[in-house]
Design a binder for this molecule. Structure first.
Ligand code: MRU
Length: 352
C-alpha cells in the first residue's frame, strides 16, 4: 500500500482518505491545530491511524514550542486539543496522553525542551511502527478462527488506511487470505461515509482479494441464506467487560450474526481497550454533522428541510462477541476475565 501517514521533521503528510478512490492526494500539516482539524474532518480516520497522527501532532507542537517560554503549557494544550478532535476512539487519547506523560517526566528530569521534542518525535514514530507489528499479530491470531473456503463479512474500513498498516479486521482477512482460506469478502458499504465502499474495496483490489460490495441493508438476507461464514470487525474502544464501540451498524451485524449462529469476531490492539470503562454504557459516542446523512458524496438526497441523526458509532454488548483477536492473542468468553488477564499482564495506561 502507498504510504498514508508520513512524518518528516516539521511536516506531517496525510493521504486524504476523503478523496479515495477518485484521487491520491496528500495534505501537509505543519502545526497541531491543523492535525486536529484533519482528524475531525476525517482526512485520516480509523482508531489506530488517528492515534498515530495525534502523536505526530504532539511532536509537531513540541518542536514548535521548544524555543519559547511556555514549552510544557504548549505541549499540554496540543495534547488536550488533539485528544478532543474525535471522542470515541480511545487510541487517540491513549497516544497523545502517552506523549504528554513522557514530556512531563522529562521536564521533571530537567531535560531541555529540544531534547524532549526529539524524544517525543521518536515516541510517535515508535507508536507508528509498533502498530504495524501489532496488526500482523492480530491478523495471525484472528485468521486461526476463519474456516477454509470462508465468505467473511466486514464493515467500515479497518485496513492499512485505518492503522499504521496491514489493518485489524482487514488484517485478519489478509492473513486468512495468505493462508488460502478466503473464498470471498462481503464488504458492507457503511453509510453514511461509505468507508467500506470507498476504502475497503480499494484496499482489497490492491491485494487481489475476491470481494463483493453490498449495501448495509443486504447483510441480513445474506446471512439467512447461509452465505456468511464469519463477521469480522474492528473496534474504537473496548470496555473491561468486552462491550465494543465501533462504526455505526456494527451492533446490528452482531445481532444478525447471533440470530443466524454466525461467529462475530472483533479485531483490535490493546491500545483500543479502555481500562477506565467497566462497560460500554459510558463510552462517549461521537455525533457528527447530519449533512453526512442527508447527503451522499456531497449530493443532497433528502429534502432540504430533513431532520437527520448521525451517531458515528454504536456499542455491541460483550454477550454477542464470539472472540476478540488482539496483538496478545485470542480472547474468548468470559471476556471480562480474559480482558482483565491481558490488561493485568501488560497494563495499558488510561487515556485522559
Ligand atoms: O469513523 P471512522 O471511519 O474513523 O470509523 C472507523 C471504525 O469504526 C473502525 O472499525 C475502527 O476505527 C477500527 S479501525 C482499525
Amino acid at each position: 500500500m502507498i504510504p498514508h501517514i508520513v512524518y518528516d521533521a516539521d511536516v506531517l503528510r496525510l493521504l486524504d482518505q476523503r478523496r479515495i478512490p477518485d484521487a491520491v492526494e496528500y495534505v501537509e500539516l505543519r502545526d497541531w491545530q491543523s492535525v486536529a482539524q484533519a482528524i475531525a474532518a476525517m482526512v485520516v480516520r480509523g482508531a489506530p491511524a488517528i492515534g498515530i497522527s495525534g502523536a505526530y501532532g504532539v511532536a509537531l507542537a513540541a518542536r514548535a514550542a521548544a524555543n519559547g517560554p511556555h514549552f510544557l503549557d504548549e505541549v499540554s494544550r496540543a495534547a488536550h486539543g488533539l485528544a478532543s478532535a474525535r471522542p470515541t476512539a480511545v487510541n487517540l487519547s491513549w497516544a497523545v496522553t502517552r506523549l504528554l506523560r513522557e514530556a512531563l517526566d522529562l521536564v521533571d528530569a530537567e531535560q531541555p525542551p529540544h531534547a524532549i521534542a526529539a524524544a517525543l518525535e521518536r515516541s510517535a514514530r515508535a507508536i507508528h511502527e509498533d502498530d504495524i507489528e501489532s496488526c500482523k499479530r492480530i491478523g495471525d491470531a484472528g485468521a486461526a478462527l476463519i474456516p477454509a473456503g470462508a465468505t467473511v463479512l466486514t464493515h467500515c474500513n479497518t485496513g492499512g488506511l485505518a492503522t499504521g498498516g496491514y489493518g485489524t479486521a482487514l488484517g485478519v482477512i489478509r492473513s486468512a487470505h495468505r493462508d488460502g482460506k478466503i473464498a470471498r469478502v462481503l464488504v458492507g458499504e457503511t453509510r453514511p461515509q461509505l468507508q467500506g465502499a470507498r476504502l475497503t474495496v480499494w484496499e482489497l483490489l490492491g491485494d487481489g482479494i475476491p470481494h463483493t460490495l453490498i449495501t448495509d441493508s443486504m447483510a441480513a438476507s445474506f446471512m439467512r441464506r447461509g452465505a456468511v461464514s464469519a463477521v469480522v470487525v474492528g473496534a474504537d474502544r473496548i470496555a473491561r467487560n468486552g462491550d465494543v464501540a465501533n462504526k455505526i451498524g456494527t451492533y446490528g451485524l452482531a445481532v444478525l450474526a447471533s440470530a443466524h449462529r454466525v461467529p462475530f469476531i472483533v479485531a483490535a490492539p490493546l491500545s483500543s481497550f479502555d481500562p477506565a470503562r467497566e462497560t460500554g454504557d459510558s463510552i462517549p459516542i461521537e455525533q457528527r454533522d447530519p449533512a453526512e446523512v442527508t447527503h451522499v458524496a456531497g449530493v443532497r438526497v433528502a429534502p432540504a428541510e430533513a431532520v437527520a441523526a448521525n451517531p458515528a458509532f454504536d456499542v455491541t454488548p460483550a454477550s454477542l462477541v464470539t472472540a476478540i483477536a488482539t496483538d496478545r492473542g485470542l480472547l474468548r468468553p468470559p471476556l471480562d476475565r480474559a480482558i482483565s488477564g491481558v490488561l493485568d499482564e501488560a497494563p495499558v495506561s488510561s487515556a485522559t
